[in-house]
Design a protein around this ligand. Structure first.
Ligand SMILES: C[S@@+](CC[C@H](N)C(=O)[O-])C[C@H]1O[C@@H](n2cnc3c(N)ncnc32)[C@H](O)[C@@H]1O
Length: 234
């Protein structure tokens, strides 16, 4: 059943990933997602032949391709047709045939087949307001096998809330690149203004509420976080 109040995740906030020039520039801008780094993450998550893996907000597919090269059956989910087309052509060039591409999002993807061994989402969950992040996490937990792994990496704020002005300004000054060389000051300003990155304590509480045990938490800076979780067995 669909409700009139349900969030329309296809009306994308922030960066327009239907814009083909944004999509083709993505791999250049996103230096944290090189094939080597994604391959290391695949090993760290213990992804192996026979596993079912779901990547939500899969973008240009770098992680999905590396997981498939490790022998997993991968579902790459994204609401951007342009991103999926780009990822699909990358997978073809890499000779990978075990990535299934789905035009859907956190709230609309309906998983069929084997329960997942691993669900991952990187740099994407912030697109949803907090209420809908919580709903997305409940859905993710439902896709996973008991004790299945959930890995979340995103822009998450771990600075003291009262320091928000200095913390955001320092972040942008440290990471923004000149036009044509990566994410710009305007991109980061838009992220904070229009997307829905939130506080670390809120994300941790949501993960627990959704039924995850948080196995590892890393805050490499006051504006990024990664969480390695397992679906709790009740
Ligand atoms: C910043 S990119 C991250 C891509 C990739 N996960 C990475 O780490 O490089 C965010 C991706 O999320 C997708 N996206 C936006 N809203 C979404 C939603 N509601 N559900 C799933 N994907 C979404 C965008 O189209 C885009 O491909």
């Amino acid at each position: 059943m669909t409700f009139a109040w349900y969030f329309n995740e296809f009306t994308m906030a922030g960066v327009d990933f239907e814009d083909v020039s944004r999509v083709t520039a993505y791999d250049r801008n996103q230096t944290a997602s090189t094939p080597e780094k994604e391959q290391a993450l695949v090993s760290r998550l213990g992804i192996a032949a026979g596993h079912t893996v779901i990547d939500l907000g899969a973008g240009t597919g770098t992680f999905a391709i590396q997981a498939a090269l490790a022998g997993a059956s991968v579902h790459a989910v994204d609401i951007s047709r342009a991103m999926l087309n780009y990822a699909q052509s990358k997978a073809q060039k890499a000779g990978v045939a075990t990535v299934n591409f789905h035009l859907a999002g956190f709230l609309t993807y309906e998983h069929q087949g084997e329960f997942a061994d691993v669900v991952i989402t990187k740099n994407a969950l912030h697109i949803l307001p907090d209420f809908w992040k919580m709903i997305a996490l409940l859905k993710i937990a439902a896709f996973l096998k008991p004790k299945g792994v959930f890995y979340l990496r995103d822009v998450v704020f771990s600075f003291p809330p009262a320091d928000y002005e200095t913390a955001i300004e320092q972040w942008i000054a440290q990471v923004a690149k000149p036009e044509g060389q990566g994410w710009t000051v305007k991109d980061f300003q838009m992220h904070v203004r229009e997307e829905h990155s939130t506080f670390a304590w809120a994300v941790e509480a949501m993960l627990k509420r959704a039924g995850f045990d948080i196995v590892e938490t890393n805050y490499p800076s006051p504006t990024y976080a990664e969480y390695l979780c397992r679906k709790a067995v009740t």
